[in-house]
Design a binder for this molecule. Structure first.
Ligand code: AMP
Ligand code: MG
Length: 352
């Protein structure tokens, strides 16, 4: 039976954290909130515990896990070498939604890093995650607590829906505040490489680095093995309108009209508030991402919106990207990976 302990997100009960820490030290699996999404944690130094993560998620062995620490000083336990640039980034962004790829320490079992010579390290900012890491006293390997390939979980209920009995204990602290996964930066390259856009905007990182990050291109799969082109996917097909705002809004609406009115399909849409009324007028089930200019709210609502539409029984989900600036980049990345079909404007119609 999965034990669910409800805790306050700001001041979690120390007894609950101690209990969860004990489960981790004994080789169990604990799902816990971070500021990004819920993670599925195991003692990173215990190969049998780590194997249970892969089994619970149905995650392929070639997809490495992020190792979570309570503070930057612990990095030497899992990384062979911590370059000065890592300390500079952590001084500004730890704890927070930033994952750094560093040379791996021999103490980290190969299963954690999928046999790679590097290890991904993060110091999460959520008080429950930090409290759990301190209580556990060990580095905690934790991918997102969803079935492999499915939408990431932003509530404890999402974790139960996907993983249920495979988890020993869930710390439930309500919805996660950021809603998209951490930004992953590889520091073993020069200049550093952005492997995954995420909750920490690229612009903030580049301001501290003083130079542009290299952005991992289409060949990035070998570098960040979990970055599959199809990932984060809802269980119904998602059609993504990926282009200038005016074009995407109009095409999404026209397509909704055709599918809902023309073909009588049950249509869902994951869109900003500005789009909601005229889609609802077509009978479309709308998941509201909030005001278009508020990318933080959109990121927070993204995955729950997809799951909500899935649960509502729609037959197709329509969505559009919200630009590439700040959190728009992470939102676009997740939507592109979730999409069964990406629709782009014909050449000559690009631009804002
Ligand atoms: P998740 O925690 O489910 O969001 O997945 C963690 C992701 O981090 C993986 O899918 C990889 O893309 C990335 N990652 C973890 N370890 C490494 C590593 N050593 N090198 C490059 N990418 C990594
Ligand atoms: Mg994941």
């Amino acid at each position: 039976m999965t034990q669910v302990l409800t805790v306050d997100p700001q001041t979690p009960d120390p007894a609950a954290l101690a209990r969860a820490g004990q489960v981790l030290r004994r080789g169990g699996l604990v799902a816990f909130p971070t500021e990004t999404v819920y993670g599925l944690g195991a003692n990173a130094l215990d190969p049998a515990a780590v194997a249970r993560i892969f089994a619970a998620k149905g995650r392929p062995a070639h997809d490495p896990l992020i190792v979570h620490l309570a503070e930057p000083d612990q990095a030497a336990q899992v990384a062979d070498q911590v370059p000065p640039i890592a300390h500079r980034l952590w001084a500004r962004f730890a704890p927070g939604p930033l994952t750094l790829v560093l040379p791996k320490h021999p103490a980290v079992p190969p299963a954690v890093t999928a046999g790679k010579p590097t290890v991904a390290v993060r110091i999460p900012g959520h008080p429950v995650a930090l409290g759990l890491l301190r209580a556990a006293g060990v580095p905690v390997a934790a991918p997102s607590a969803n079935k492999f390939g499915h939408t990431s979980p932003t509530t404890a209920q999402h974790v139960l829906d996907d993983l249920g009995a495979a988890v020993d204990l869930i710390l439930d602290a309500g919805p996660t505040p950021i809603g998209v996964e951490s930004t992953i930066v590889d520091l073993t390259t020069d200049p550093p490489t952005l492997l995954r856009p995420g909750g920490l905007p690229r612009e903030a990182l580049e301001a501290v680095l003083g130079r542009p990050l290299v952005v991992a291109g289409p060949g990035a799969e070998a570098r960040a093995p979990g970055m599959l082109p199809r990932h984060y996917a809802p269980r119904v097909p998602l059609w993504l309108f990926d282009g200038p705002r005016a074009w995407a809004r109009e095409m999404l609406w026209q397509t909704a009209a055709q599918l809902a009115r023309g073909q009588g399909l049950r249509v869902g849409a994951l869109v900003p508030t500005e789009d909601a009324a005229r889609l609802r007028a077509l009978g479309v089930q709308v998941a509201d991402l909030g005001p278009e200019a508020d990318l933080e709210t959109a990121a927070r609502r993204l995955f729950a919106g997809l799951r909500g539409l899935e649960a509502a029984g729609v037959e197709v989900i329509l969505a559009r990207t919200l630009g590439e600036a700040h959190l728009g980049l992470a939102i676009a990345d997740r939507l592109r990976r979730a999409a069964a079909q990406v629709l782009r404007p014909p050449h000559g119609q690009r631009g804002p």
